[in-house]
Design a protein around this ligand. Structure first.
Ligand code: ATP
Length: 465
């Protein structure tokens, strides 16, 4: 049963490993850091780049009708007025009057009364409940809270030299709106016919009041979003919604997440916005944290394009060449959080085992996602130059590779296992004679002898398995 899942390693064990080995660092660490802000290190950046490429491969390149664009982060502020973000993108906040800890009102109620449908409560009902004395502070047990205050989650900035309301702008809280406002541009220039999608990968910013759990919730994060537009009459049988749900699940399984730790969660009708025809999250069972949203697939009807059409007074309708009718397309939005997905992948990949009486940490990342495909290891210091000459540029033209010449070969294998390198290539004295190398595979630790001239095709073949 999925509810009783157990994880072998704690969240802390895994995240500590990520920080100590170069995947992520606390941001601006030499100045004491900035709370809940992380920098991807040299290894994390490689994995992130690989994940973006696999995402592109799956959702853009292999589809005939999905176009990737790269919209600006700071857009005309009218965009956020039109979408309702300026007026509604708030979190309800309360402070404990005794210990001064701050909570999100809905989360506080959920924690105290798990049986209650919090999403169905109005702000006033939440406030009444919190003031009723029935809700306890999780930190100090006090029942005394400030009234709910609404907290704007968009980061505000100013364009140009004057800092007044006429120069106000926002950092985008989601990448999706850059896709909607370009609907007409892409449709026209790509001569796209419905159904088709527009997608992007980029940073989004939210002034979260309860960030935390490493990169699960941060104030800046990368989203990989798709808006898939289709004819409104195709709404009836939910075929596109079901199609994208399946595509997203198969993607997260393809990049290596174990099906046991994945589930769909359909949003309750009370959680849905009035225009929404349904939202399904894919959730992941994180170590120590339990089930958490990984990504969401939302059926948003024609809400966003209609709002932009009204606010901009531009025609955002589509002229259907099949029957000459005009309409505003409906849309399905599969929205991935890149950082959360990476975190889940690291949690799934982390493993420890005993080999020859010693602990080996092995990061069983999918071979396409691992920071380096291969490590080049000269067996002796006497072979460093030859190993460089014969292997580095040969492999570096096709793969991310790393060169390691320090320590015993056993130590070097362990180092590579711990960062997930699927292949260790050892250049030894025999290589001088027969132009072959030993290739050791990370998971099985099995070794094969391969001709240097066949290395690239061997590795390429392994990556497509
Ligand atoms: P949550 O309920 O966790 O706040 P959300 O439903 O607001 O998430 P969406 O607006 O649907 O999130 O964003 C799509 C995806 O972006 C999420 O599934 C998640 O992976 C990612 N995401 C959203 N907010 C954050 C954040 N603060 N930090 C990291 N990733 C985030």
């Amino acid at each position: 049963m999925k509810e009783d899942l157990k994880r072998k390693y704690s969240f802390e064990t895994i995240t500590t490993h990520l920080v100590t080995s170069g995947f992520l660092y606390p941001s601006s660490e030499i100045y004491g850091g900035l709370s809940n802000t992380w920098d991807y290190g040299q290894l994390g950046t490689l994995v992130e780049n690989h994940l973006r490429n696999v995402w592109r491969q799956h959702f853009v390149r292999e589809k005939m009708n999905v176009y990737e664009i790269d919209p600006a982060i700071i857009m005309n502020p009218k965009v956020w007025k039109a979408t309702g973000h300026v007026d509604n993108f708030h979190d309800p906040l309360v402070d404990c009057k005794h210990c001064h800890e701050r909570f999100r009102a809905d989360k506080l109620i959920k924690e105290n009364k798990p049986e209650l449908d919090v999403d169905g409560l109005t702000s006033k009902e939440m406030n009444d409940l919190i003031q009723s004395g029935e809700i306890k502070c999780p930190s100090c047990d006090s029942t005394s809270f400030t009234p709910i205050r609404q907290f704007q989650m968009m980061f505000k900035t100013f364009i140009g030299v004057t800092e007044d309301s006429s120069s106000e702008a926002y950092l985008r809280p989601e990448t999706a709106q850059g896709l909607f406002v370009n609907f007409k541009n892409v449709q026209r220039t790509a001569r796209a016919k419905l159904p088709f999608g527009i997608c992007d990968i980029g940073k989004a910013f939210r002034n979260e009041i309860t960030p935390g759990n490493f990169t699960f919730r941060t104030r800046e994060f990368t989203q990989m979003e798709i808006e898939f537009f289709y004819k409104p009459s195709d709404e009836n049988d939910a075929k596109y919604f079901d199609y994208w749900k399946q595509e997203c699940l198969s993607f997260v399984e393809k990049v290596g997440l174990k099906p046991d730790y994945l589930r769909y969660r359909d949003h309750e009708p009370t959680e849905l916005a009035f225009y929404s025809k349904g939202t399904t999250d894919i959730e992941y069972f994180f170590p120590s944290l339990g089930w958490g949203e990984l990504m969401g697939i939302a059926s948003r009807t024609n809400y966003d394009l209609s709002r932009h059409q009204n606010a901009s007074s531009q025609d955002l309708t589509y002229l259907d060449p099949e029957d000459n009718t005009r309409y505003i397309p409906h849309v399905i939005e599969p929205s991935f959080g890149c950082d959360r997905l990476l975190l889940a992948l690291f949690c799934d990949a982390y493993d420890e085992e005993e080999v020859g009486g010693e602990k080996r940490i092995v990061l069983r990342l999918d071979k396409k996602l691992a920071p380096y495909t291969a490590a080049i290891l000269p067996l002796s210091n006497k072979l460093v130059d030859q190993a460089k000459d014969k292997l580095w540029s040969l492999l570096a033209k096709d793969f991310d590779v790393v060169f390691d010449q320090t320590g015993s070969i056993g130590k070097r294998y362990r180092r590579e296992d711990a960062i997930g390198t699927p292949y260790c290539i050892t250049y030894d004295f025999q290589s001088e004679e027969d132009d072959s190398v030993t290739v050791r595979e990370r998971d099985s630790m099995e070794q094969v002898r391969i001709k240097i001239s066949e290395l690239n095709s061997y590795l390429k073949e392994q990556l497509t398995k």
